[in-house]
Design a protein around this ligand. Sequence first.
Ligand code: IFM
Length: 450
Amino acid sequence: MTEKITFPQDFLWGTATSSYQIEGAWDEDGKGESIWDRFSHTPGRISDQSTGDVTCDHYHRWQQDLDLMQDLGLQAYRFSIAWPRILPDGRGRVNQAGLDFYDRLVDGLLARGVTPFVTLYHWDLPQALQDEGGWPVRNAAEAFVGYADVVSARLGDRVKHWITHNEPWVAAFLGYGMGIHAPGIQDFQQAVAASHHLLLSHGWAVPVIRGNSEGANVGITLDLTDVAPASPSPQDYAAAREMDGFLNRWFLDPIFGRRYPADVIEWFGRVHNARMDFIQDGDMEVIAAPLDFLGVNYYTRTVARGASSDNLPPTVSTDDSEFTEMGWEVAPRSLFRLLNRLHFDYQPRNIYITENGAAFPDKVCKEGHVHDDRRLAYIKAHLKAAHDAIECGAPLRGYFVWSFMDNFEWSFGYTKRFGIVYVDFETQQRIVKESGKWYSKVIAQNGFED
Ligand code: IFM
């Protein structure tokens, strides 16, 4: 028997991208160098030796891309602004050509009936600021506020949805801790300091954006997961609590006014010898600035296993699971659990799923179509989980597929395709995948048959 899944009337349907992943034009029209330009130009950093120099060439093809969004019936589009396009040196001199680009983009979206959701920071820090030490240094947070001011002053009359940061966990811990993202540093102390300054910059920017953009909805996007202990053993429960602390609570707790979790501070100190001496009086109050919404990026769950010979046999196993091309387990019920947990534990006013999607090895068939059944099934299962969470009271207001189109997947280069639109990177041809056609129908019907 089929069941009709219908979403609330004002539910918002969108897709998402980010500047470095789609724009190209890395050094055009006065843009400064970003840490991702520097990182991808460094041999050995990107698995297929590629760069984002051209990527989807969206900087030149944005009108065609916006037309496609309109054809698909997208109601909202989440994109990010390249900070070094606006402020080539990170602060000070404003590059008008950069601002003009986003100005045209916003007007182009509004003319097509698509609501812009602007992310201010999706990881392309101006290299000039990294040369001063980057996010581990407090100055970067101060510079971010100046940047947020310039952008929101110019676009704030038309943009009413603002996301300060995308996935600060990734920016801090993959960029400065593990070194697999730009700027490629491996120093846990710097990573923890970076996480604090990212949050501080967020808290400082919130009132600045509100001041420039009347009636603005301001939020932050976190990458969150649902952590399950592999077995009901004390070791696995302890491991799950640690992972939950590191991946979820480290950012959620301070944003929602609970300060940094004591158990994670203790763990950082014990395992990584990390100190918290960068926190100044008043910082935690700044970080807890009340928000209009929480952005949630959800891709997979985490199964935690304690490192102990006393482990019990796992009762939570991934043996029969499906995995995406990223090696991430497909776990839609965990999205349901995560949304409920956020709702009951943290009570955000509103939630948007600002990213959800999957990489699979897509091929264009002879007839020129892309039959990405597994992506379609992934999105459908996650939408069903999201719908169930709404029925349980979660204040979920919208959903953004990651991604609008295939793009530069960071250290994986072009080897992972996440789009609902296929991109031929040789010709720049766009082909709407079957998942994109299906998503377009979901939007038109505000739901789907299950
Ligand atoms: O491509 C990224 C995006 O930039 C941030 N969230 C996860 C996506 C898939 O890895």
